[in-house]
Structure formats: structure tokens, C-alpha cells
Design a protein around this ligand. Structure first.
Ligand code: MN
Length: 261
């Protein structure tokens, strides 16, 4: 099986290396990842400037392709240029930090998986709760097992999964919950300071979400120490409004004569 592996923490991130070692047991892994950290860039793409790509090595070991672009750029280039054949699986991670709740929409890690799903390829984002001494090796073993189990199931069209692993689950696994993404708003806190020239600046604190009272969301399950899997879709159409809205009397204004006859 041809596997494309990317991330948003950059090609030298430890979470990527740990997941690469595990995925090599499932197939032929091509690493195409951002040259520098791209956390929080969401689904941005590069088209106003050229995309510089370099093959990078660690000693004799080929690490893969480093792309001076976003995670979505990496997946596009990985599929169309760098993988020796069309991948059957796109994996993004392991991210250092959970990608749950509305963070899913800011996440470069998840965006890379969404990009893979655009191509109709089974795509999986993997994130581990942030910890300065995160056990990426343990999380990668866990992720590989979950990925194998997901792949063993009949797949829908454009299969896309978001896996999150809380720190506590790596050493003391409690179980895995299939849950929807929480949509509670959070992350609006900034620290306000003055720079050396006296100008005000703001810095997002990146605080974790508050305790969740919604019972069965990714945020709540993660807070309770469970690994979570959320099936995602990228079609953002609100289908249940389509019929009603088609009954709205929407009209365009008539074109005004501009004076010329
Ligand atoms: Mn990241």
C-alpha cells in the first residue's frame, strides 16, 4: 500500500517520525511535509509565490520532501508529484496538540487530511494532546492500530477520519469513542502587552477548551481520557435548508441603464 504522510508541525517534528516508523509496517510511506511549522494555517494554499521543495536527509536516511508551503500544498504535491504511485492512504500527524472541537477548522493537520479526501483517498488526521515530553512512539503504535481497524471496515465515499489521543490514554488506555466534533466557541483570550516602542500588541493565549457539558463530543470524551475518532465531511452545505430556501422569493435587482443607448 502506498501511503502519503504529512503534518503541519514541519518535516522535522518528532510526531511525524514516530508515525512514519509505524506506518512502514502497513506499506510504502512517502513523507511530504512543510519545511517549517504550519500549525493553525487551516486549509490555506500557496499560489501567489513558487513552492520550493527540497529532498531532505538525516544522515544517510532520506526523510522525504520538505515543501515551503502549507499542509494542503504538501498533499497536492505529494499525490501529483512525489509519491511513486497514487497513494491509497493519506495520513497527517502526529500533531503535537489535540485537534478537537472548533480547532478542527483552524487545523493544518486536519486540512491536510481533508485535501487527501478531495482526491477520494482515505485520509486520516492524528493528534496527540500537547505535552512537553509527549510520548509520540506510544501514540503512534496506538494510531497505527486504530488506522488498521478503520481500513478494515467498508469505506464511504471520500473517507475522512480525525483521531485524537489524550496524554493519559497513551499509558493507560480507557477505550475509544466515536463522537461528533464539539462546536462550543473557545479560544478568544488574548494577552495585551506593549512592545519596546510602546505600541500595543495582542497574543492569543491558546488556552484549552473549558470543561464540556455537552455529553458526547470529542472535547468531552478527550477530557475523560478516551481516544476519539470523528468521521468528517468537507461538503459544508446545510442540506436541510436547501428545500426551504428554494421557496424564498430571492430575486436579482433589474439592471439599471448606464446611460449609453
Ligand atoms: Mn501542529
Amino acid at each position: 500500500m502506498q501511503i502519503l504522510l504529512t503534518n503541519d508541525d514541519g518535516i522535522y517534528a518528532p510526531g511525524l517520525a514516530a508515525l512514519e516508523r509505524e506506518l512502514q509496517q502497513l506499506g510504502d510511506v512517502s513523507v511530504v511535509a512543510p519545511a517549517t511549522e504550519q500549525s493553525g494555517v487551516g486549509h490555506s494554499i500557496t499560489f501567489l509565490s513558487p513552492l520550493i521543495c527540497k529532498e531532505v536527509y538525516e544522515g544517510d536516511r532520506r526523510r522525504g520532501w520538505a515543501v515551503e508551503g502549507s499542509p494542503a500544498d504538501c498533499v497536492k504535491l505529494g499525490i501529483s508529484e512525489f509519491c511513486p504511485s497514487r497513494p491509497e492512504l493519506v495520513v497527517s500527524g502526529i500533531n503535537g496538540g489535540l485537534n478537537a472541537g472548533i480547532n478542527v477548522l483552524y487545523s493544518g493537520t486536519v486540512a491536510a487530511a481533508i485535501e487527501g479526501a478531495f482526491f477520494g483517498i482515505t485520509s486520516i488526521a492524528v493528534s496527540l494532546e500537547y505535552d512537553e515530553h509527549a510520548n509520540f512512539d506510544g501514540a503512534a503504535r496506538m494510531a497505527r492500530s486504530v488506522i488498521e481497524q478503520l481500513l478494515a471496515q467498508p469505506q464511504p465515499e471520500s473517507p475522512l477520519y480525525n483521531i485524537n489521543i489524550p496524554t493519559v490514554a497513551v499509558d493507560r488506555p480507557r477505550g475509544i469513542h466515536v463522537v461528533p466534533m464539539g462546536v462550543a466557541r473557545y479560544g478568544e483570550d488574548f494577552i495585551k502587552r506593549k512592545d519596546p516602542k510602546g505600541r500595543t500588541y495582542y497574543w492569543a493565549t491558546g488556552d484549552p477548551p473549558p470543561p464540556s457539558d455537552a455529553p458526547e463530543t470529542d472535547l468531552a470524551a478527550l477530557q475523560n481520557g478516551f481516544v476519539t475518532v470523528t468521521p468528517l465531511q468537507f461538503d459544508m452545505t446545510k442540506f436541510r435548508m436547501l428545500d426551504e430556501m428554494r421557496g424564498w422569493p430571492l430575486r436579482l435587482p433589474s439592471v439599471q441603464s448606464s446611460g449609453s443607448r
